[in-house]
Design a binder for this molecule. Sequence first.
Ligand code: HEM
Length: 570
Amino acid sequence: MLSFLTCWLGLTLGALIYLGYGFLYKLDVAFQAGKAMIFLVLLAIGRVTYALVLYPKYFTPFKYLPTPPRRWLLTGNQTSLFREFPWDVARRWSETIPNNGLIRYYVALSNERLLVTSPKGLSKVLVHGAYNYTKTNLARFAIQRFTGNGLGFLDGEEHRMQKKGLLPAFATGHIKRLIPKFWAKAALMVSLIERSLENDSSKDQRQRSDSPVVPLHYWGTRATLDIIGVVGMGYDFDTLTHPHNELSEQYRKMFLEPSNAFNWLELLGNYIDFRILLTLPVRKNRELTQGSQYIRQVAERVIHHKIQKQQRQSEESPPDDDIVAIALASGTFTEQQLVDHVMTFLVAGHESTATAFEWAMYELGRRPAMQSRLREEIRTHISSMQVEGRGTTTAAGTHLATTIESLPYLNAVCSEVLRFYPFVPFATRVASRDNTIQGTFVPKGTVVAFAAHATNHDAALWGLDADRFDPERATSNFASLAFSAGPKSCIGQEWTRAELVCLVGATVGRFEIALLNPMDNHLKRGKTIKLRNGVRARVKVVDGCQWGFAQETIPVPLSRIINLNPSGSS
Ligand code: HEM
């Protein structure tokens, strides 16, 4: 394929030089131009014929694999370029095209891909042969400029070593000790929502009979950002109480709202080095650079401050227990490596957990019976602890953590949310060396795709009712690809579960939630499964229990410890 493409480009260039030569030496220009044009048209026809007919039929190494029936030059096997979500298309193909675990398909301009559909094939790509596959250049250039060499972009031995160094901080036992911190932020969020309800109803109490509408996704986004600060670094970003502080404004700039422009850029990225596109002098590019530089500088100062603090720490004072402190204490990481990891936690761990909270609110907000059952479980077990006035430190904290972890329905609802709405519903990898999947030879450079959305809704794995949101079903980590699988799977799984049960438990335990528009399930354009309009719900306080938390579980705001002005010194 490549050699054909090279020949074709060479011939096209030749035709253009020939045309230029004619102009330069004032040969019979019209005659020369006509000949060159005919040549170029023939070349274009040749290229299209090769891409559409000859390559897929005779030259591809995957010609024996099943493929979707129709193919167009511009859109490949998809009928439209951006209207359908790739995870929906992948699922449709997995279910309707008879296959033994691999399907070949074509994207725009006849670029060939392999879709892996069977658990056996997935385990080859994600588990046993994980280090034979790497992220695409597009993902690398788009995300790596924020995260540097964080875990997501390391490969082979380097990845193995650094992940091993970080794992103790993310292990179940350690995350359990941090549950009071998750809870403290969840309880603070609930109390701030409650305050906003009071303000809202006092404004126009007389005209209103309904309870006020609350954008729950907006609160979730702030709580989850603060949690990364507290649990990840031991500092409070304080965006729940100060939503417009400098840090959250700059942080927002780091993200690209999905749009058609981005889709076109992605398409162009197949042909033009994506790095060139990222340096175009457009406003969004400038904002992305500005936001990420600011956040990186903050991360650098945080790490630097923590190193100094650790050096000063006396033997009597208890050591910090946040993720960065544990990683630092291991002595495995350089300052720069830790900055990259912190940036990765922000990119990988914020929007993902905020979205999971959003979907939990969406499902519960349109299922009153499920919500009541959950509220009863939460109140029976957690409210009593708070009513007795116990805080969330030490023994009381352990008690809270053990209780929350053992609530069956709360944990089942959260697991079902993660299965039903996988945050990375469709992903691609590139083979970094020749290998095989289920006996099929996969040459280096092949792009391989898989869809967690299809696996997590596969009737063969989850039963015929796989498309029903049902916390009663037995979930299994092996069948769910919510966190991917194998050596490169999500390091934040236990963190996510702890965070989600605290946020969902504290919210549903205190409020009755009714979705404003239960039928609105329109999704945002983009790479993740996310509601286009967020979760807007009528929220009513259910009397009877108010959450408390020990103040000391929330550290002092970051702004009071280090100078958040990028030009200032710490
Ligand atoms: C709902 C919450 C989350 C979901 C669904 C999720 C999902 C995933 C998935 C699917 C991957 C694999 C991505 C890939 O290979 O392309 C991943 C990787 C990763 N996640 Fe998460 N994640 C979540 C939360 C978090 C949190 C809270 C953190 C940390 C604070 C985190 C840190 C990471 C890191 C560092 C990686 C790269 C791991 C590696 O390459 O070894 N994630 N996550």
